[in-house]
Design a protein around this ligand. Structure first.
Ligand code: KG4
Ligand code: ZN
Length: 354
């Protein structure tokens, strides 16, 4: 019998063991997740140090690094989970969004593994994975809730109506928040990745530079980080051209406050407007200490329950792919062996309202 015919009709197992693979950017990650909520293992290998001198992730270097790291990541995840490959019930893999060559390494590996084990292959959207990190952070988390997504590629406020139905209330009209952090960092001469370095520098500065208010006068949940980024860049270039002194720490702090405060404000507004009482947060920027503190403070004041995954579940990892993979497993969203990587996947892909 052909592979897909066989797995399509395979009975589902409660508490299934999902082996998840993530390779969309510079992290080669593998994880074993039980029943979508329990992390049995998590391996994250990164090629970050190879990209630093270029000021950003170089796709070809990332792809090559994945090819050498993927076996180690998967073998490590299986070993750390104290299981054997034969115990795996399904293989979940990020098929997009991300760098196409990087994604292909994970997708090809996952296909071969699923086929050889005779188990389902589950295609997972990276961004949906970031949302599902919340289910690992709080085992009792259940929709409906609002998810604030803040990563290098996305900024969005999502109404998670049920496990599969997302209503995207707003998103960025131009740059993503993480992208703005990285670009501002570059102007300040900080190493890639910019986010954590801006955070570090901002601790030594003050929020004393006036920056434009984002989408002034416009209601709704959209964001625009391009104007903010340009204002910071202009400020720095002006000072440099005039030969005037300026404090890089103050620039970092003022930018961080402007970039983060609006995320908190809009996320809280969405929770209240929808009449929910839970806010979950995901994506690399949610590892930012100032954002985390601001959310904690605001949620406490508004009596909103905050689901804030630990930092290593906010940045790219395979656990979140396993959590989302389990949800897709339950609805039998299985792929055949012609599954391809996609550079761009819609926020709603993999859901009921796809
Ligand atoms: O979610 P992620 O790891 O990858 C994407 O899916 O994009 O997010 C990466 C982004 C980068 O722009 C990085 O600078 C940012 O998250 N980031 C941070 C922090 N840690 C990572 N931004 C601000 N503060 C941080 N501590
Ligand atoms: Zn990500």
């Amino acid at each position: 019998m052909k592979y897909f015919e066989k797995i399509k009709n395979a009975p589902l197992k409660e508490g299934a063991l999902i082996l998840a693979i993530e390779s969309s950017c510079d992290e080669t990650a593998a994880s074993v997740i039980k029943g979508g909520r329990e992390i049995l293992s998590s391996v994250i290998l990164s090629s970050m140090t190879e990209h630093i001198k270029f000021g950003g992730v170089v796709p070809e270097i990332a792809s090559r690094a994945h090819t050498t790291a993927i076996s180690q990541a998967v073998e490590g995840a299986v070993k750390d989970a104290n299981i054997t490959l034969g115990d795996i019930d399904a293989v979940a893999v990020t098929y997009g969004s991300g760098l196409i060559g990087a994604l292909l390494v994970g997708v090809s590996y996952a296909k071969a593994l699923a086929f050889s084990l005779g188990v389902p292959l589950i295609p997972v959207s990276h961004i949906r994975g970031h949302v599902s990190a919340g289910y690992l952070a709080d085992k009792s988390l259940q929709p409906p809730f609002i998810s604030l997504l803040a990563s290098g590629g996305h900024t969005a406020i999502i109404d998670v109506k049920d496990y599969y139905t997302y209503d995207v209330l707003g998103g960025t009209l131009d740059d993503a928040v993480g992208e703005a952090f990285d670009k501002v960092a570059r102007v300040l001469g900080l190493e890639y990745p910019g986010g954590p370095n801006i955070e570090k520098l901002a601790r030594e500065g003050d929020n004393n530079i006036e920056l434009p208010i984002m989408l002034k006068g416009k209601k709704g949940y959209d964001f625009s980080y391009s104007g903010l980024k340009t204002a910071v860049i202009n400020y720095v270039h002006n000072r440099q051209q005039k030969g005037e002194d300026y404090s890089k720490a103050d620039v970092a702090c003022s930018f961080q406050c402007s970039a983060v405060d609006i995320l908190v404000k809009k996320a809280i507004k969405a929770v209240k407007e929808k009449g929910y009482n839970v806010l979950s947060v995901g994506g690399g920027v949610s590892a930012n200490g100032y954002l985390r503190q601001s959310l904690e403070k605001a949620c406490k004041k508004e009596r909103i329950k905050l689901v804030l995954p630990e930092k290593k579940l906010c940045t790219d990892n395979a656990c979140m792919i396993g959590a989302e993979g389990y949800l897709q497993y339950l609805r039998k969203n299985f792929a055949d062996l012609d599954l391809n990587a996609k550079a761009f996947v819609e926020l709603t892909a993999g859901g009921e309202n796809e």
